[in-house]
Design a protein around this ligand. Sequence first.
Ligand SMILES: Cc1cc2nc3c(=O)[nH]c(=O)nc-3n(C[C@H](O)[C@H](O)[C@H](O)COP(=O)(O)OP(=O)(O)OC[C@H]3O[C@@H](n4cnc5c(N)ncnc54)[C@H](O)[C@@H]3O)c2cc1C
Length: 407
Amino acid sequence: MSQNFDIIIVGGGAGGFFTAINIAEKNPKLKIAILERGKEVLTKVRISGGGRCNVTHACFEPNELVKFYPRGEKELRGPFHQFCSGDTIEWFEKHGVELKIEEDGRMFPVSNSSQTIIDCFTSATKKLGIQVLTGQSVQSIYKSETPDGNFWKIETQNGQYNCEKLVLATGSNPKMWEMIQDFGHTIVSPVPSLFTFNIKDSRIKELPGVSAQVSVKVKDTKLASTGPLLVTHWGMSGPAILKLSAWGARILFEKNYQFTIFVNWLNDIDSEDAEKILKELKQEHSKKTVSKKSPFEFPNRLWESLVLASGISEETKWADLSKAQLQNLSNQLTNGQFQVNGKSTFKEEFVTAGGIDLKEINFKTMESKKHENLYFAGEIVNIDAITGGFNFQNAWTSGFIVANAIV
Ligand SMILES: Cc1cc2nc3c(=O)[nH]c(=O)nc-3n(C[C@H](O)[C@H](O)[C@H](O)COP(=O)(O)OP(=O)(O)OC[C@H]3O[C@@H](n4cnc5c(N)ncnc54)[C@H](O)[C@@H]3O)c2cc1C
């Protein structure tokens, strides 16, 4: 026996819940169901942001906000004018969840717990009479033309469902993408985004936990970024590296994660200026030991390591530095070459680049251009962002737009 609904949302994640709740609030008469394959819903929300859920980012200008999306920058401009991060804050406030801004702009529930978001969503679905059906892995979807309009027929391993309007919010699920491809959509092949770089190098081996404000470039590409870099036990992480991993998701995949980077530990000071600064330091501190104290705004431990890597012994005084040693040091400081061999997961947040081709979606409604009454929300489409709350913002914005379009 099949069950009929006005609207079915496949996927009980951030995008699916936000869509369902917004539809029901606009029109409580509609019969809505969420079909979720797992035993539990909102599992990614639970683990997100290290268990704190980085809900959005304190960037309130649509034209600025889009710049955090390596894929989707152009397409999200319109949607963010409809529902932006300020609207997210207001929405959660109205639903009893207060958000706070951290120094770097990330926004979390005041409770510091993702459970607050889960409770908010689950109590809203109960109140609004949305049916949340778990253990319903969608196996097939097809359209049947009927005299009263198009009906979507959905089969899970446990049941059959019909609906007038179908919303797919299944995140980065390859099986679902295959299904969508079968009914005419193009899928941009998925590759990981937001990862850290594996680097084995004596210069950083003893320095896990050290961070510095740097600029980084990937050799033989146009990929470059600036920001804090964090040395880890496996290599390098921090915003400067994560940005490269997001913007370079496809290029670095094609390089099989084997590539060379150049790190400028002095951020925006070039090698010529660095050499000038070092010459001045040589004059000023002639009697002092070079390796002892970092003259730059990064930790002594890093300075000492770069000094040694420049062929300068631990005891060498500034006055005794040769021209070649000065040049070596300037080079280590501004153009340090590191070999990347593989990647590691950034545990706070990782996403997939790829998904439904953006050209096949109407961004005023999030409706498919290939099929009427078929909508998409969240990470299922070829949109992803750097870390900071932007990926959830995409789920909230697309969910809101779907709800607006449907009701
Ligand atoms: C560890 C981690 C931490 C993160 N932290 C943050 C953060 O703090 N801030 C941020 O902005 N982003 C974060 N992200 C990214 C964010 O979680 C995703 O961008 C977001 O969850 C996407 O929402 P979605 O609804 O599109 O997909 P999902 O949340 O992945 O939900 C999709 C749902 O669909 C279900 N599903 C899939 N296939 C089927 C099927 N065939 N039938 C039925 N159901 C199906 C899945 O089981 C899942 O529940 C994090 C990601 C990870 C992995």
